[in-house]
Write a protein that binds this ligand. Structure first.
Ligand SMILES: NC(=O)c1ccc[n+]([C@@H]2O[C@H](COP(=O)([O-])OP(=O)(O)OC[C@H]3O[C@@H](n4cnc5c(N)ncnc54)[C@H](OP(=O)(O)O)[C@@H]3O)[C@@H](O)[C@H]2O)c1
Length: 274
């Protein structure tokens, strides 16, 4: 699945930047030598035993590619935009920075840039991510298709209105951390009751995958699925009683709310630096 644009520079080779490069290369959208990674330190990155070109000069990286993917922390987006704005005219710019708005990016970059804001999540590393994208006003339909191809190659992609991006960040962007905590805690429960750590983790993680798969593939409501497992006077309802007593649902709802608020805060911070 090739796009009409054949080269991409990723600025910021941390967790998300390198996951995106690895994921996208696995899908063969770009040739290995058409991807450039930029970071403050020259990092070694390999794909199928072939080295990915990494450099420390963001400006040069931008000059060399048709698509620029910004994967630095929101707090340093302003600094990076100042550095690259003189060489980025006419390019497709994709930002995955949490809370950084299209308005802000458009105001900082030349008017000929086409911008797409995206919020992927870390399971893109195993082609099981989910990314929300919002096109800026100058992004074309083809740009949206290109970004869909890039992120769609490493999971599912949905187009949302920008006003929903902070909530997406708080749910699916941060979500892998919440789910990991739950898997770890369930595995601790298994260890507490005598299972090995390895077996407990396997049981907990596969139970998450299987349950999620059932909900997605059959469309069953989670409440109905829960009722299918919890028989009268049985083991599951005992466990559910404990989860409800300790407010599991309320805690998860509050976590998504607080993470969404934090994404809004980051947005206000970058706007302040204008
Ligand atoms: N992690 C996730 O699950 C996730 C999910 C969705 C969206 N995002 C977004 O993805 C972006 C990156 O997050 P992350 O978790 O990947 O962060 P990260 O691991 O800290 O990666 C950021 C990378 O950028 C480098 N960097 C710092 N200053 C730079 C500069 N001036 N030029 C080029 N590179 C520079 C950092 O180097 P140093 O470490 O040496 O500073 C680091 O390698 C953020 O905006 C975040 O909101 C992340």
């Amino acid at each position: 699945m090739m796009t009409s644009m054949t080269s991409m520079t990723v600025i910021g080779l941390g967790k998300m930047g390198s996951a995106l490069i690895q994921g996208v290369l696995a899908t063969e959208i770009f040739e290995v030598d058409k991807i450039i990674g930029c970071d403050v330190e020259a990092k070694e990155m390999k794909f199928d035993c072939r080295m990915i070109k990494t450099i420390t000069d963001n400006k040069k990286g931008v000059e060399l590619a048709e698509i620029v993917l910004l994967a630095v922390k929101p707090q340093i987006i302003h600094q990076v935009l100042q550095e690259i704005k003189s060489v980025i005219a006419g390019k497709l710019v994709v930002s995955v920075a949490a809370g950084v708005t299209i308005d802000y990016l458009e105001s900082e970059l030349p008017s000929s840039c086409r911008i797409v804001r995206a919020m992927p999540n870390i399971p893109i590393l195993v082609n099981a991510g989910i990314s929300a994208i919002t096109p800026g006003k100058r992004a074309t339909k083809e740009d949206v298709e290109i970004v869909k191809n890039i992120l769609g190659g490493v999971g599912e992609t949905i187009v949302v209105k920008e006003e929903l991006m902070n909530a997406v960040t708080g749910l699916s962007g941060s979500g892998p951390a919440y789910i990991s905590l739950m898997i770890e805690a369930l595995a601790d429960g298994g260890v507490l009751t005598g299972l090995s750590r390895e077996l407990s983790l396997r049981l907990a993680a596969q139970t998450m995958i299987g349950t999620a798969k059932m909900i997605i593939e059959t469309g069953i409501h989670p409440g109905e699925l829960k009722d299918m497992v919890a028989s009268p006077g049985g083991t599951t309802i005992k466990g559910i009683e404990v989860l409800e007593q300790h407010g599991l649902r309320g805690i998860l709802i509050e976590a998504v709310k607080k993470a969404t608020e934090q994404a809004k805060e980051l947005n206000a911070d970058t706007d302040d630096s204008k």
